[in-house]
Design a protein. Structure first.
Length: 598
RNA sequence: GCGAGUGUAGCUCAGCCUGGUAGAGCGUCACCUUGCCAAGGUGAAUGUCGAGGGUUCGAAUCCCUUCACUCGCUCCA
């Protein structure tokens, strides 16, 4: 019941997005293209505001984060090092009977008797199906069970009274061509490459295959050294990037929530490994169970930094109108975590299409993931490129000398263990791994280490959808004639609202009002996006702006012109969310808006 | 990738079963009117009926194929 209601809400949102020019289907006049969406005039403004709010908060208002804008196409070696080339192209097989999907490399080899049918006919209609189908039976099982599966298979292909054709059987050993659960035949392994591919240069060959980046983060790791050396930053510091990313999603779904071309806002915040922090400060700060840990401290370890960034990101969402109640959190369990990650907290938004848990509470879908990724990424690029990704820390070098021999042994031992674990997980031969880990541990004592990273990674388009869903509100009113009508108000936070203010002469047919209104419009438009409208009744113009989410309206009336002398050169400001009005002098307008839009 | 549903004006939808000149409401635009919340009047524009093919004298309507969207399954570094 509630599901169809939420469905209806999603449909209304999609419809409004098109009607008002927020979001259009890509290539619509040619029938569209699955998984791609365009932003219309209002959507483009909204998106720009969101990205600007993120960029300002994450870089310009901080001393410890700098920006980067890298290319979408990079050396394919980057994706080899990051693991995307391998993990994005697992061959998959589907069960021909149950349609269950398997990773081809994870099917255990089986042996037994294979029954193959060349096809089947319908004994009633005479219809034929000529697809062959096989079933693997474990030794000792009666052939009837193979026939039962085959009948099911051909029934699923439109036959009713199945007459199997051409049964034959054969003994096979160690085959992976059959569903381990029921013995039914699998499809051929088909590669699943989730990265979009292209060719660099005019000749298309295997040698110049390149990928459109599936995430913006890797460029930050690949350029880590350059940024570090030119930005005069020291660890801890971060590198932020906003940009397009591309994934061949299996199922683009839920409007712009999961699309094939999307935009990310990512921060890689580099921190000292806990061993380094402990060596310098004697201990690593304990982390409170919950709440914001306050301003960054020198003795923070990865846990404090991780919590800090989760809370900072929540503050950001609150600052653009998503209250904590609209958000959800998911702390990834050890089995969900990637092997190199130590923790990952997802910030969720409760979308209309989000699933509910057993208690009926909306779970939410992912807006952002904040991952503690250890030194995995920089280590991978160090190993694959052969270029050093470590940093030198004077404090560590001098601090190290002051440690007791026991502390030194303890810390370098811990560092050795974590480096060794990384190497072994990455498939490095044990002897080589041990030597490399020993070298890393030795370098630590001289002040060298590879930074760890905390990664808050947010989806712009998902956030846009969250803001739109959150802003959407409708009220139904009935007039004196008993005619009821539903009005939509998009309650965007003023900071992200596409249009900031509508400017209206009370009436169009009074040239003095129009002239004054255009004058006020001219005053405001250079400072932020203003929209002038003089067509139709004033109520209609208010309603139009409500639907676009414009937070303020400025109306020029006869008092502005001095009908009541004490109100000369004042205007009415109308508030979108409650329709309330106040009188403000034209000379104070800029300051009035400035205070409410920043 | 599989299964089900949907696709007609900018939006919401009727028309399809039973083939015969493309419709409504809302919105948009223009003019008039309008002294603060989608008022009223007059007029106007807007359709490859998702696309392609077939059947037919004739297809939005029947048949086939295809594309997109929604839902379920699957997938989700």
């Amino acid at each position: 019941m509630s599901e169809s209601k939420e469905n209806l809400l999603m449909e209304k949102i999609v419809s409004l997005c098109k009607r008002r020019g927020f979001i259009f289907q890509s290539s619509e006049i040619y029938g569209g293209i699955n998984g791609f969406w365009d932003y219309g005039p209002l959507g483009a403004e909204l998106k720009r505001n969101v990205k600007e709010a993120w960029w300002t908060t994450m870089t310009r208002l901080r001393d410890d984060v700098v920006g980067l804008e890298a290319t979408i196409i990079m050396s394919p070696l980057i994706w080899k090092a990051s693991g995307h080339v391998d993990t994005f192209s697992d061959p998959m097989c589907d069960c021909l009977l149950t349609r269950k999907r398997f990773r081809a490399d994870q099917i255990d080899p089986q042996s037994g008797l294979v029954f193959t049918y060349s096809g089947a006919t319908d004994s009633v209609s005479g219809k034929e199906v000529n697809d062959s189908f096989s079933v693997l039976l474990a030794a000792g099982k009666p052939p009837e069970s193979a026939r039962k599966f085959a009948v099911q298979y051909y029934q699923a292909r439109g036959l009713q009274s199945v007459q199997l054709q051409g049964e034959c059987s054969e003994k096979v050993e160690n085959t992976t061509r059959f569903n381990p659960e029921n013995g039914a035949q699998l499809t051929e392994p088909r590669p699943f490459n989730l990265m979009l591919q292209t060719y660099v240069g005019p000749i298309q060959s295997e040698d110049n295959v390149a990928y459109l980046r599936p995430e913006t983060a890797q460029a930050i790791f690949a350029q880590f050294k350059n940024v570090y050396e030119t930005s005069r930053q020291k660890v801890p510091f971060g590198v932020a990037q906003i940009g397009k990313a591309f994934r061949n999603e299996v199922t683009p779904r839920n409007f712009i929530f999961r699309s094939r071309e999307f935009e990310q806002m990512e921060l890689e915040f580099f921190i000292k490994p806990d061993e380094v922090t402990e060596a310098i400060h004697g201990s690593v700060a304990a982390v409170a169970e919950s709440g914001h840990p306050g301003d960054p401290q020198p003795n923070w370890g990865w846990q404090a930094w991780h919590r800090y960034w989760v809370e900072e990101r929540v503050r950001f969402y609150e600052g653009i109108g998503l209250s904590r109640q609209t958000l959800g959190f998911h702390h990834q369990t050890p089995t969900e975590l990637a092997h190199y990650a130590r923790a990952c907290t997802d910030i969720l938004f409760k979308f209309p299409f989000s699933k509910r848990d057993a208690n009926g509470d909306v779970l939410g879908d992912e807006l952002e993931g904040i991952a503690a990724r250890s030194d995995f990424d920089l280590s991978q690029h160090a190993r694959h490129s052969g270029k050093g990704m470590g940093v030198f820390d004077e404090e560590l070098r001098t601090g190290w000398g002051k440690l007791t021999p026991e502390s030194q042994a303890h810390l370098s031992g811990k560092y050795y263990e974590s480096r060794l674990k990384y190497m072994l997980k990455s498939g490095v031969a044990p002897a080589v791994a041990e030597a490399a880990a020993a070298e890393d541990a030795q370098n630590l004592t001289k002040g060298h280490y590879i930074p760890h990273v905390i990664e808050p990674s947010a989806g712009v388009d998902r956030l846009i959808l969250a803001l739109i869903a959150n802003a959407y509100s409708e009220s139904t009113s009935t007039d004196e004639k008993g005619k009821s009508e539903t009005r939509v108000v998009m309650k965007f936070h003023p900071r992200v609202a596409p249009v900031k203010v509508g400017v209206f002469p009370l009436m169009k047919n009074k040239p003095e009002l129009v002239a004054k209104a255009r004058e006020v419009y001219g005053l405001l438009r250079g400072q932020f996006l203003a929209f002038y409208d003089d067509s139709g009744a004033i109520g209609r113009r208010y309603a139009r702006q409500d639907e676009a989410g414009t937070p303020f309206g400025v109306t020029i009336d006869f008092d502005t012109l001095g009908e009541k002398p004490e109100l000369l050169n004042t205007v009415t400001i109308r508030h979108r969310d409650d329709g309330s009005q106040e009188r403000v002098s034209i000379t104070e307008l800029s300051a009035w808006f400035h205070a409410r839009l920043h």
